[in-house]
Design a protein around this ligand. Structure first.
Ligand code: HEM
Length: 185
């Protein structure tokens, strides 16, 4: 039986100023470390209706040159109340010299994305390197993601999608606030 009070010898850190110190290659993405929450909206030409959603995103590290990434979203009704669980994903953002990023992100819908791109202290841009699909997953050809630190506590996110036979186009936009600041679901 595992003991829930047992401390991992190498816990993940959410705070860039805490211990372990972030690996130097994480410098361009240090501003992302922590938990973010907020709201977004989405659309796609195959969908009958646009939608609004809430999302929580966490970036952490264990001292090595990658971010652990986790995100979960749920749809909201017209009054802003939770409607049902939506997209979840988790993965690893591997930082390379000169702010180059290699990201691996998987979703429970059977989609595994490998993305490459660049980070500077203001923004991270990622675009598809490869997509792998389980046999029953929806067809996804490519995605493009931009994460912008509008200020130290505000993270804007835009996600474009080429899927189900449609060319790359807007799927999601969200504004997230650093947890502990004024979060609006
Ligand atoms: C915050 C994250 C996301 C939210 C809230 C979201 C929301 C939605 C919603 C509401 C739908 C309509 C189907 C349904 O009701 O489930 C949908 C469809 C879809 N989404 Fe997303 N999505 C997100 C992220 C993603 C990502 C990361 C991908 C791909 C890498 C993706 C790919 C798709 C595809 C392929 C469809 C199906 C389109 C179709 O069959 O017509 N979504 N999404």
């Amino acid at each position: 039986m595992s003991d829930p009070t047992r401390q991992l010898p190498y816990p993940d850190a959410l705070d860039p100023d805490g211990l372990p110190a972030p690996h130097p290659l994480l410098a361009p993405v240090a501003g992302l470390l922590g938990t973010w929450a907020g709201r977004g909206s989405g659309e796609y030409p195959t969908l009958a209706e646009d939608f609004t959603y809430a999302q929580e995103v966490t970036f952490s590290h264990d001292g090595r040159p990658f971010l652990a990434y986790e995100a979960r979203a749920w749809l909201l009704d017209a009054d802003g109340a939770p409607l049902r669980p939506a997209a979840r994903e988790s993965g690893w953002w591997r930082l390379q010299p000169e702010g180059r990023v290699e990201a691996l992100i998987t979703q429970p819908t059977g989609i595994a994305e490998m993305l490459v791109g660049r980070a500077d202290s203001q923004a991270v841009d990622l675009a598809t390197h490869q997509v792998a699909l389980t046999p029953t997953a929806k067809e996804v050809d490519a995605t493009r993601r931009r994460y912008t630190l509008t200020d130290a506590d505000t993270l804007d996110f835009v996600h474009d999608l080429a899927a189900v036979g449609r060319p790359l186009q807007h799927h999601l936009s969200a504004r997230l606030r650093r947890a502990g600041t004024s979060v609006v679901w």
